[in-house]
Write a protein that binds this ligand. Sequence first.
Ligand SMILES: Nc1ncnc2c1ncn2[C@@H]1O[C@H](COP(=O)(O)OP(=O)(O)OP(=O)(O)O)[C@@H](O)[C@H]1O
Ligand SMILES: [Mg+2]
Length: 246
Amino acid sequence: MNDVIVVASGKGGTGKSTVCVGLAVALVKQNKRVLLIDCDCGMRGLDLMLDVEQEILFDCADAVCGNCKPAEAVYRSKNLEELYLMAAPFDSDNEISPSVFKQLVDELKAHYDYVIIDSPAGIGSGFVTAAAPADRALIVTIAEPTSLRGAIKIRRKLIDLNIQNIRLVINRFERKHFEELDCYRDLDEVIDISGTQLIALIPMDFRLSSIIQNGLSGQSWCPAMNIFDCLAKRVEGYIVPLAFRG
Ligand SMILES: Nc1ncnc2c1ncn2[C@@H]1O[C@H](COP(=O)(O)OP(=O)(O)OP(=O)(O)O)[C@@H](O)[C@H]1O
Ligand SMILES: [Mg+2]
């Protein structure tokens, strides 16, 4: 299939990296070979989440500059076979051009069922680079006005970049908080305002956060992980219900 998915958001901290890892893990469980590319140059984090930070010698900037072969900048996750990572450069002075990044991903994608690209927040040049090779996009938002405004902006930018296949992930959802916020009639209103079809609703769950932040170590599991299994099925094109409906 060789699908390239960019995970983006207007506002920072909505859960892009968490969704990248959760989705990648779920796809691997469904026997897919997955490459995660951290495109958050200067603010990388997926190496920590996959527990390979000590192994990284080369990153995607090295691969595009020819400091190494592309395959030499790909590291296998310690805890999951078939899950691979290409890290972002540690320093932000290495800006990568969209066309060069696209060329790199086009070369790599033949070896994987899915390439998932973690984008920096916002609609700046880092996002444009991250989105350049993508066939489709997941926009991650929180159900609150500032985050939702960011989701609308990023959707417009993705369409400008000719990415039409866009789905919405509402993350860190908590019914009580949503009701107290009192900004929206219901979740349907949030989805309508975003103008983007929902693909997953993920609850606020600190166990999920700790499993993903701790390098997926051990056999840790929490109910929110099931949501990523459903998200992966939906990404694959199966019609399955949302695992969590708020
Ligand atoms: N569903 C969730 N429940 C609880 N905590 C979550 C959830 N999703 C993400 N988090 C936490 O929210 C914080 C931000 O998540 P994450 O780093 O994935 O966001 P991001 O969008 O990648 O941020 P940035 O824009 O800085 O790259 C982290 O502490 C993460 O563990
Ligand atoms: Mg991130």
